[in-house]
Design a protein around this ligand. Structure first.
Ligand code: PRP
Length: 202
């Protein structure tokens, strides 16, 4: 049995579709259920940011999670495969008509990705004050909470609709298949066989 942590939402659905196309069975969670067992697989439905914790602590053998989350959490996990789904960018955004003022002693940045933000600006030797938020990041500059934001941009609609623009792209992200290091040793044959099958489907 291999247990697989999936992030709730579209990435979980697309991953389950990949499994359906490989194994033929129907891989669909029943209403509100958080565990799905099909054949030798046990799927766990978790929050996106929680996938690394489940896999790190071996509550799941493998998982699917965005590269942005992997970079933000920076845990000791094996990155097996880029699934090429859930593509997005992590960008610096600010209000239309404004520029990022590097002359400020400190730039105030609102984000839910504090570590990625810290690393990016420290590499540029720019001092930042991070305001950690959990969502609706695009609101923050509109009400004076920050000078700029670092956030996920997928279609760009949320920024556009709120009068913001992308000024810098920090990284591109997509969903990766990851594994726990011990599971990878203990269940190497099963995990590698799954890896092969998934690689052929994507
Ligand atoms: C993410 C992100 C942006 C939006 C980007 O938020 O933080 O707000 O998606 O997508 P777009 O470029 O296609 O508009 P999410 O939907 O995860 O909600 P949240 O703000 O509550 O975290």
């Amino acid at each position: 049995m291999i247990s697989i942590a999936l992030p709730k939402g579209r990435i979980a659905e697309e991953t389950l579709e990949i499994f359906s196309s490989i194994f033929g069975d129907s891989f669909v969670f029943d209403d509100r259920k958080l565990i799905l067992e099909v054949g030798d697989f046990k799927f766990l439905l978790v929050r996106n940011q929680d996938v690394p914790a489940y896999v790190l602590h071996q509550a799941a053998d493998i998982g699917v999670v965005g590269l942005d989350v992997l970079e933000e959490k920076d845990e000791d996990l094996i990155r097996l495969l880029d699934l090429g789904i859930g593509k997005c960018k992590i960008c610096v955004g600010l209000q239309e008509g404004k520029e990022l003022n590097y002359d400020l002693p400190e730039i105030k940045i609102a984000t839910k990705m504090s570590n990625i933000t810290k690393k990016y600006f420290s590499q540029k030797a720019v001092a930042v004050e991070i305001i950690h938020l959990y969502g609706s990041i695009e609101l923050a500059p509109l009400v004076g909470l920050c000078d700029a934001i670092v956030d996920i941009v997928e279609t760009g609609d949320t920024m556009r609709q709120n009068g913001l623009k992308v000024v810098e792209t920090i990284m591109e992200s997509s969903a990766y298949l990851i594994a726990n290091k011990n599971s990878f040793i203990q269940k190497k044959a099963e995990i590698l066989s799954l890896y092969e099958k998934i690689s052929q489907k994507i």
